[in-house]
Design a protein around this ligand. Structure first.
Ligand code: DX5
Length: 216
């Protein structure tokens, strides 16, 4: 089995110590850093813009994924790539022209990912799969960190893995040392982790180690 990647989400980080927290995650073996972008419309929360991606970019050489939980993501692609994001994820539910949006991300020189909400059937991804680098299966309803993992997500991940045997499958929401083996067992290859890393009581390194050990 390929090495499972862990991607800490800075939504759970101490915003006042963002650069320091990102460096801690990098030192603890993070593979990428995720920046959750929320517009208060697609999801009922407001978070980060390109300025925060720039700040993360200055703090680390790791790849950065900008997960756009926004309506009309096509309006913001260039700004996030210019800010330093190397992977842009858009929600399959957020744009009627997903093919054009994915092409635009690629033309900007970034990798393209598509995220899918818990209630959206994976069949909605079938036509776009050949054009993307990653699928992010939301294992919570997007909008907030620290939510409970949706148990039936493992069944959905298995069906996606069967539909796309070679696809990078990311999972996002409620991932920790208990749920990580479940999603990896179902076929996930990339784990986004917010509160189980930046919110872990014994610190970032211990949080990363707990997830890694659970996968051994
Ligand atoms: C939720 C975000 C997730 C969140 C994960 O809408 O997309 O990335 O930050 O946080 P945890 O790991 O705490 O569920």
């Amino acid at each position: 089995m390929n090495r499972i990647e862990i991607v800490p989400s800075v939504l759970a980080a101490d915003a006042g110590r963002l650069a320091e927290q990102v460096k801690e995650a990098e030192a603890a073996g993070a593979d990428r850093i995720q920046v959750d972008v929320m517009d208060g419309h697609f999801v009922p929360n407001l978070t980060f813009g390109p300025l925060v991606v720039e700040a993360v970019r200055r703090a680390t050489k790791l790849p950065i994924e900008a997960h756009l939980m926004v309506e009309r993501p096509e309006l913001f692609l260039e700004a996030f790539v210019k800010a330093g994001a190397t992977l842009i994820e858009v929600q399959v539910e957020a744009t009627p022209s997903l093919y054009r949006t994915v092409q635009s991300i690629k033309e900007l020189g970034a990798k393209a990912g598509v995220a899918i909400n818990p209630a959206t059937p994976i069949e909605d991804l079938r036509e776009i799969l050949p054009y993307i680098d990653l699928v992010n299966v939301m294992t919570v309803e997007p909008g907030f960190g620290g939510q409970k993992f949706i148990a039936r997500s493992t069944e959905k991940i298995s069906r996606l893995r069967a539909m796309a045997p070679a696809m990078e499958i990311e999972v996002d929401g409620g991932i920790d040392a208990r749920t990580a083996p479940l999603v990896v067992g179902a076929g996930a290859t990339v784990l986004v982790a917010g509160s189980s890393v930046f919110g872990f009581k014994l610190g970032v390194a211990a949080g990363m180690k707990a997830i890694r050990q659970a996968l051994e």
